[in-house]
Design a protein. Sequence first.
Length: 350
Amino acid sequence: MNLPSVLERTQEGRRAALPAEFEPRRLARRALQVIALLLVLVLVFVFAPGLGEVSSLLGDARPGWIAVAIGLEALSCLSYVAMFRPVFCTRMRWSTASRIAWSELGAGSLVPASGAAGLALGAWALHEGGMPADRIARRSVAFFLIKSSVNFVAVLVLGGLMAAGLLGDQPLWLTLGPAALSGLVIAAVLLVPLLGPGDPPPDGAGRAAALWSAARRALVDGTAEALRTLRSGNALVIGGAIGYWIFDNAVVWATFHAFGADVPLTTILMGYLIGQLGGLLPIPGGVGGIDGGLIGTLIVFGAPAAETAAAVLAYRIVLFWLPLIGGAIAFVGLRRELARRPPGEALAAC
């Protein structure tokens, strides 16, 4: 299930049923799949030949640092929640906005895909709450871009400083290369509004043409809205976006300390973006994709191999369980709240 398919049904004016991907039984099965994959990953690290050092590290983890990692991930999730309401609807009750945001985080822990699955769930909830489909699409794009922009800006700045020799000594392809790519992505996003929304599809156009037109309009309008929102200087939006990113990075920093490794923060920050690209792979919970990407990238940047494997495994377990538990509780409350609302009553006059 993805955002365009959810919004297509809302554009048709029908009451949208809960997307099949988010039915409780399917979510439970997917959660079991992810748990099984994580268990396999743990068993590989513990028992595979040549990984004895990783197994020893896992047994000697420092509980205090693991607790710090959990606290930092909670702050990351709360930062996501903080920026949700001002982007989507400032008149929405905080309790409702928090339930939707936490539900998105829970969905994202099962199907990472850079948060697309969570946004699709949020789109359904917002539509059920009375928000028009075009507004949902525009603000979903704006939210995604604002949330993601921090990472690219950080890599642009840090990569440039590292390439100049001001922060460590790394090859140019590991510093200037990612910085240049981040700069190109940022420039491309800034140019998106110049494309214009395009002409509406002609009468009798097929489904593909209608979807393409709606997607283009959402992308162009959403990018423009993201830029307007950032220019407004809303503290919750800017602080939430930065907090969501920096606290999640800090979880990796804390899990390294849990296994006795002191890795430079610049290495973690640079490895984070490239490693997280593995979450785009269609793997339940991103297990294997995110882990492999983070481990490989951090080792290339100079982090010790055994400690990196242990730290990333601990990070992935925290990243899975905390949003899932919070999201499950919020999702139950959200469905009850929506069920109690009289037909046609909106969540807020946004």
